[in-house]
Design a protein around this ligand. Structure first.
Ligand code: ZN
Length: 353
């Protein structure tokens, strides 16, 4: 059976936060909010286990936004006086915080939910962090005056938190770098190096103390299924070849796993071959449509990917996070993911017999 995992986020229950939003308001505060976050995490751990996923995530229940959740614990950022900035090469305008002083971590960022996740499942657990280049594309710089310098400053902080997550018992630490698909030359030039700085030393402690090295991953996607992304994708032409520029640099890096979009995307599947030697999280679930994939569709996507990646290196995954979706749609898509991975396994067994 193939490993199965989610890219990262899942829909927040209506009692935790506003639904259908990427930047929802919380429905509680203080201790009640802290409890509600963990209650929602437990709900999704159970749902992922029931669906049959082999790698379990926290669904990002404890963070308001995939980048700003991390930034909340970073000193050197003015979060009060936000400024408007075009992000992802002006695909959207957003009000973003400003970097105004040297960056430093004020303490642990995700300890509570990471330890909670570890305590409530015996399966392998994955935890996500934003990648340094994507963070730099989501804040305004009023201090460093140099994007690369600022990216490496964030990478050091990410590394501190990632090493602590490893000690918390996390098996896979994934950095989300959607910006790699937007600034391909910079990604190949320094983005992958900043990513490696964020992942530096991961695996050593867990190999010594748990006998199984924590793995590192990067998720590169075409974004959530929101309108701005749907419109952007229409401008990308028949074949989406963005990965072609970044994958060779990733193949040469120390990152263990790469998560990419496949199903319903215009990415030529043969680009997977550029990741020789890496584990590949193949996106078999479309996050831009509420239609539930059939097991046959999922198994077909896996079958196509298997032309370019060895079967023991393929992990069936979602194209991106499911945060803005309706809860029942996300639940059905998790079930479809596992049913499709099972069918793909059966097909291989039949072909071998
Ligand atoms: Zn994504």
């Amino acid at each position: 059976m193939f490993d199965t995992a989610i890219a990262g986020s899942l829909p927040k229950p209506a009692w935790l936060a506003e639904t259908g939003k990427l930047w929802p308001q919380w429905q509680a505060e203080g201790a009640a909010l802290a409890q509600a976050k963990l209650d929602a995490t437990l709900l999704w751990i159970k749902t992922q286990e029931d669906a049959g996923l082999s790698v379990i995530g926290d669904g990002e229940m404890s963070r308001q936004h995939f980048v700003h959740g991390f930034l909340e614990q970073v000193a050197g950022i003015d979060r009060v006086n936000k400024v408007e900035m075009g992000i992802r090469n002006d695909r959207y305008k957003a009000m973003v915080p400003q970097v105004v002083a040297p960056l430093a971590l004020q303490g642990r960022v995700h300890q509570a939910e990471a330890r909670f996740l570890r305590a409530h499942t015996t399966r392998r657990v994955k935890f996500t962090l934003p990648g340094p280049m994507t963070i730099c594309d989501t804040v305004a710089d009023r201090f460093y005056g140099d994007r690369v310098k600022m990216a490496f400053a964030f990478a050091e902080l990410l590394n501190q938190e990632a090493l602590a997550l490893e000690a918390d018992g996390v098996d896979v630490i994934q950095f989300d770098e959607p910006a790699f698909n937007v600034y391909m030359d910079e990604a190949a030039d320094w983005g992958v190096k900043a990513l490696e700085r964020a992942a530096q030393g991961l695996g050593t402690w867990s190999a010594a103390h748990r006998g199984r090295a924590c793995k590192t991953a990067v998720h590169i996607c075409y974004g959530y299924g929101i309108e701005a992304n749907v419109q952007w994708k229409k401008t990308l032409g028949e074949e989406w070849r963005q990965y072609e520029r970044v994958f060779p640099a990733l193949a040469a890096s120390r990152i263990d796993q790469v998560s990419l979009e496949c199903f319903h995307s215009h990415v030529p599947p043969d680009l997977i071959a550029l990741l020789a030697g890496k584990e590949v999280m193949v996106g078999v679930i479309d996050v831009a449509s509420d239609d539930i994939e059939t097991p046959e569709q999922v198994a077909d996507t896996i079958g196509t990917a298997l032309q370019f990646v060895a079967r023991d290196k393929l992990i069936a995954c979602t194209n991106c996070g499911l945060a803005p979706m309706r809860r029942e749609v996300a639940e059905a898509k998790l079930a479809a993911l596992v049913a499709g991975a099972r069918l793909a396994t059966e097909r291989l067994a039949r072909a071998a017999a």
